[in-house]
Design a protein. Sequence first.
Length: 154
Amino acid sequence: MKYIIFATALQILIPNLTMNDINALLEENNLSRTPCRVEILKTLSQAGSALSESEIRDKLGYNYDRTTVYRTLRNFLNQNVIHSISLDGGEVRYAMTPHKDKSHSTHHVHFYCNQCSGVYCISHKPFDTPKLPSGFSPDSYDLLVHGKCKKCTH
């Protein structure tokens, strides 16, 4: 399978959810509506870039304990409501999963800004998938592009 990425046509895919969207998303995924779940979804949908767990906790209006936030993120990951991005050094960021994009789970491109450390989900532009050795079977492809985001370029 051959894919090519066009870095000049980046499109940020993080949706800005309304309360109706949040309620529908929770219902579609058989998740009860708790204050913590609602606040985390609002926070991620309004962030503009992927956030770490500590950044999410800092932005929450109510002081939820770390375990509650962690469990909520795990539940969202398990339901594919959000996805995680693993960065160099082991840091993990979280972003909303664009639900209209069915290819999200198999081919996904993120952009890491070397200047502001922002992490952005970008449109699924085709990219070259690596040829794997015999006996290796990929589950998904994650591509992390490094550079300067639009904000830092100007």
